[in-house]
Unconditional design. Sequence first.
Lengths: 112, 113
Amino acid sequence: SQKIEQNSEALNIQEGKTATLTCNYTNYSPAYLQWYRQDPGRGPVFLLLIRENEKEKRKERLKVTFDTTLKQSLFHITASQPADSATYLCALRNSGNTPLVFGKGTRLSVIA
Amino acid sequence: NAGVTQTPKFQVLKTGQSMTLQCAQDMNHNSMYWYRQDPGMGLRLIYYSASEGTTDKGEVPNGYNVSRLNKREFSLRLESAAPSQTSVYFCASSAKTGGTEAFFGQGTRLTVV
């Protein structure tokens, strides 16, 4: 069956450290993989999109990698801040005109 | 700069009642979606509309109907609400299905008692 798994439900790290979140998928051949941030009581907000032919994408303190051999994406936040505390969701779609499917998310807490 | 607007924000229904959740986007997007989010289950797709005039089932369509009224609006109807439909509902839109970023509304928190 098809599955998207995010490594853990919750992750606590100290301010200033790099947070690394993992997204693994099974029985998908995604053309794109996306990462979203969700704050409590709000809808998800798009952060980054990476294509199957891209290895890495950066945006300010964020970095996403995409390894189609390992079927895995890593999401890094460098120099993390308490304001980065949120739930982070990975989402992907298979090739073709299909909607996004989301992982269950990882709740990140950055402790000052 | 409204983006995706959902109404209502909160709703309490009695079992068996019906209601319609409204969603409108002002970004001229072709595709629109309804997701539900439950603790421990993540976001699950109920229905989507790849373009005006088309709708398709997602992962959990039972108990729901949708209408793509025009390019801007996509409504979700619960004909006979059940406690299992207690959830937070999100409407989203994107320029095209799946391949571009999705924009989400603020959510509707629905409780069925």
